[in-house]
Write a protein of this length. Structure first.
Length: 234
């Protein structure tokens, strides 16, 4: 479904991503793990069209999307939930969700998807008229995910969904990620909580200073001594 082939990305003179290749198959949860500054978020931003690679190609469902603008990529069925949530804080929960569907014209489908989002996130239903900026961190994360789902993505990119959340909420968010995947959405997940990420993923890549240093099934990486030492507190 997604094929990232040998991309190199620069911030000015800084070579942030060094020849990364990633494959995501339909129906999978694939995770990128690595410490802060390893290039995980830059990789996602490049896939979703917010940054352009200097070299290399990105294909989504066999279409070359290298350098295509971000809003067009969303229209093709690939949507990102950014790190730090970025909800529209002066708008209500409902308005944020409706904005997620701004490229769609199918009114019946939009109301159906709203119902689905409220089923997955009952707290958003309780707070649908509340201004998003007054929600807790966990609720804002749910809103950011709900808003992305309103674009009906086939591939969802999640950037650090557990960041800054209490352990109980982290568990809840990860259960919802599994649910979203089970209901047919493929997921590429960037996450510092390597243990939780590897628990739900099919495949995983370890990123260190802009390079992939390890790749394999999530199980293989969980059992890898290097991963245990560096990321799982083993």
């Amino acid at each position: 479904m997604l094929k990232v082939d040998n991309i190199n990305v620069f911030y000015g003179a800084i070579h942030a991503i060094k020849g990364i290749s990633i494959d995501v198959s339909d129906g999978e949860i694939v995770t990128l793990i690595g410490s802060n500054g390893a290039g995980k978020s830059t990789t996602l931003r490049t896939i979703s069209g917010l940054m352009k690679p200097k070299t290399g190609t990105i294909k989504f469902e066999d279409k070359d999307i290298t350098g295509v603008s971000a809003h067009k990529i969303v229209g093709m069925g690939l949507c990102q939930v950014p790190e730090g949530r970025h909800v529209f804080s002066n708008m209500t929960v409902m308005e944020n969700l409706q904005l997620g569907a701004y490229l769609r014209k199918d009114k019946a489908g939009i109301s159906q998807d709203l119902e689905e989002v409220f089923k997955k996130f009952p707290r958003l239903l309780e707070r649908k008229l509340q201004v998003a900026g007054t929600l807790s961190g966990g609720e804002q994360q749910m809103l950011a995910m709900g808003r992305a789902l309103m674009s009906r993505p086939r591939l969802l990119l999640l950037d650090e969904p557990s960041m800054g959340l209490a352990p109980l909420l982290v568990k809840e968010i990860f259960n919802i990620i599994k649910e979203i995947n089970e209901s047919g959405t493929t997921i590429l997940l960037v996450e510092q909580n390597a243990k939780m990420a590897l628990d739900i993923a099919d495949k995983a890549y370890v990123l260190e200073t802009g390079r992939i240093t390890l790749a394999g099934t999530a199980k293989e990486l969980q059992n890898s001594e290097a991963v245990q030492k560096a990321y799982l507190g083993g």
